[in-house]
Design a protein around this ligand. Structure first.
Ligand SMILES: Nc1ncnc2c1ncn2[C@@H]1O[C@H](CSCC[C@H]([NH3+])C(=O)O)[C@@H](O)[C@H]1O
Length: 340
């Protein structure tokens, strides 16, 4: 991964400093259904104002911002979607991720960044969220987050099923498994596999709904609780931790690796999936920014690399350690075997 060229101009700093305005223009447009209203047609600001029941000056200002960002384009005297907006931001399109952006990113991640200054200086106040446990003690927050996370993880789950051969495994422990997107994808790919998901009680409530919908309630169950405090089910053939390391205090990670080793059956596989930056700390950009995002609500989070995870696995006595990219430019997969 090649490094970004260091910036040389004031404008390039401004681009970063004011980027949040563009993020908000995108989210506001999604909330009023603007891209869906513009789907496959060209509308003037007045027509769009009528379609979205908004005031015309405000629609004009929003459309102008979206046009300079390239999300929409001028078409004669009207406005039309860019091809990206048409493909990814219109309701019902196959690859639409508008709901993920307007719920998880705008309603949860964006507000968390308003406490980043305190998180960085270690001065979060008691009423500010400083862990997943605290955040998900609110059932509505747990539901809102988990639903979009689920949609985002089904695809990577299918990818994982192809990258790691689990055909000999019968039991999976999915630590911080959320609503079970990975467990569901893996159980669908491997007919003999059963999974136990360890996650907070308010997440389990939502997950059971998804698992019932996938008709896998017989094979996927929950042990609701806190992975850092509770006793884990023993003798499992696979332990999976997807996005768990980024969500716990950095000094807990080594203990999680050791606990995985104790829990696994001999020959069992330990699989870790998470945001990991390159060894030289020059990228990938989204991995680095997502790690920073996690620090905003988990101030003891650690910015990890795949070598860091590999070294911990080696120290814990794992072998056949393999490292690969999972979501390009964003996440890595590190997996290893407990000696037979
Ligand atoms: N201490 C903890 N104990 C149990 N679950 C946790 C803990 N800390 C974070 N989590 C969960 O870790 C998950 C991170 S989101 C990732 C969910 C899922 N593994 C996936 O890849 O899609 C959330 O569901 C959190 O509730």
């Amino acid at each position: 991964m090649s490094a970004v060229a260091p910036l040389e101009t004031a404008e390039s700093i401004s681009d970063i400093a004011f980027a949040f305005m563009g993020s908000k223009a995108l989210f506001a447009a999604l909330h009023v259904g603007l891209f869906s209203a513009l789907s496959e047609k060209t509308l003037t600001a007045e027509q769009l104002a009528r379609a979205t029941e908004l005031e015309v000056d405000r629609v004009t200002t929003l459309l102008t911002a979206l046009t300079v960002l390239g999300l929409v384009r001028r078409d004669g005297s009207g406005f039309a979607n860019s091809s990206a907006a048409e493909a990814y931001l219109v309701k019902g399109r196959k690859y639409d991720f508008g709901d993920y952006l307007r719920f998880q990113i705008d309603k949860q991640m964006y507000p968390f960044l308003t406490q980043l200054n305190e998180a960085i200086t270690g001065t979060l106040k008691p009423d500010q969220v400083s862990s997943y446990a605290e955040w998900f003690s609110d059932p509505e927050q747990a539901r809102l987050y988990s639903k979009s996370q689920h949609a985002g993880s089904l695809g990577p789950g299918r990818g994982l099923a192809k990258m790691v051969d689990l055909s000999n495994a019968r039991t999976l422990l999915d630590v911080g498994g959320g609503t079970g997107a990975f467990s569901i994808s893996l159980c669908k790919a491997y007919g003999d596999l059963k999974s136990t998901i360890l996650d907070f009680p308010n997440v389990a409530v939502v997950g059971r709904e998804f698992i019932a919908e996938a008709e896998l309630s017989e094979r996927i169950s929950y042990q609701p609780g806190n992975a850092l405090e509770d006793t884990w089910p023993q003798k499992t053939d696979v332990v999976l931790m997807s996005y768990l390391f980024s969500g716990v205090p950095g000094d807990e990670i080594a203990g999680l690796v050791r606990k995985a080793k104790e829990t696994l059956t001999p020959g069992g596989r330990f699989v870790v999936h998470d945001f990991m930056v390159d060894e030289n700390r020059e990228g990938p950009k989204l991995a680095a920014l997502w790690q920073l995002q996690h620090t905003a609500f988990n101030p003891k989070a650690r910015s990890i690399t795949s070598s860091y995870v590999r070294d911990l696995m080696e120290a814990a006595g794992f072998e056949n350690i393999e490292v690969g990219e999972m979501i390009p430019g964003m996440t890595m997969l590190v997996h290893a075997t407990k000696p037979a």
